[in-house]
Design a protein around this ligand. Sequence first.
Ligand SMILES: Nc1ncnc2c1ncn2[C@@H]1O[C@H](COP(=O)(O)OP(=O)(O)OP(=O)(O)O)[C@@H](O)[C@H]1O
Ligand SMILES: [Mg+2]
Length: 313
Amino acid sequence: MPPTESDEVGPGGVGGRPPSEKTDTTPDAPAPKGEGVSTEKGAPTEKGKTAAPLPKGDAPGIRFEKVVKRFGHNVVLRELDFTVAPGERVTLIGPSGSGKTTILRLLMTLEKLDEGLIWIGDETLWHMERGGKRVPANQKHLHEMRKQVGMVFQQFNLFPNMNVLRNLTEGPVRVLGVSKDEAVERARDLLDLVGLGDKIDAHPSQLSGGQQQRVAIARALAMQPRVLLLDEVTSALDPELVVGVQDLLRDIARQSDLTLLCVTHEMTFAKDISDRVLMFDGGQIVEEGPPDRIFGEPSEQRTRDFLQAVLAS
Ligand SMILES: Nc1ncnc2c1ncn2[C@@H]1O[C@H](COP(=O)(O)OP(=O)(O)OP(=O)(O)O)[C@@H](O)[C@H]1O
Ligand SMILES: [Mg+2]
């Protein structure tokens, strides 16, 4: 059975089922100290002062090789090929329903792959080697592979029944096997990083949308991912909260060595955060290039039409 929406997080949190099926993030490499990411007000913290464990070094690349994904008769991804280099930051744009979220959910193992291969570094996510043959991955392989990947969702998906601290410590303790003390220390550092050190005891319902999304970002980072997936992370926010969250993510992206795959319609944010933009439609890449070219001089009519529609909305 493919994992479902409820596996991402949500009511019940990581408590009720095996941790491997619950949290939306994870990884394994030790994380060095972060340096000076913007706070809530956008002011950089003193360089080297924050101990926030921003992931650095050895981020794996991603490769989709002839990936097919169907929902019933609806073929959403058609032999999709694309590559993201280690540490590269790529934004995915394209019309609604074109499969952008599906790509991220496949990487999170929240959707099941139908055909093709997805590589994270030099290992396949959905397959493993057995006796010199490539066979479907077992739960252990999936669990180990997805530890490398973290995701921030449009709707935050915090555990509503847990306070902020537990939202940040539950995954590291239950999934990564980090000690409670270490998880708490990291959680405090990460909350300082996202400008919410004073909200450690609050429950998600007591926070604004922008604050909830900051907690969700901190929670994703608490799992020390090597690959970070961002799915329209500011589209559910009130307009005045958008820039602060975007600034935070831009700084995190610049100051970590994460491989980043970001879905957004916000062109300024996409320009800020990405090395490359992929325009995606009909289950395939229509064109790709540096953000300035894709947004400034797209070569495909399909891209021009899409960008015009975004600007008009
Ligand atoms: N769990 C599901 N069951 C059935 N169909 C699905 C499921 N998830 C996605 N789809 C279908 O797959 C297609 C791609 O959906 P997806 O959410 O990936 O699009 P998207 O590009 O992220 O769109 P948007 O910009 O609106 O978020 C759509 O036709 C959608 O209806
Ligand atoms: Mg989507």
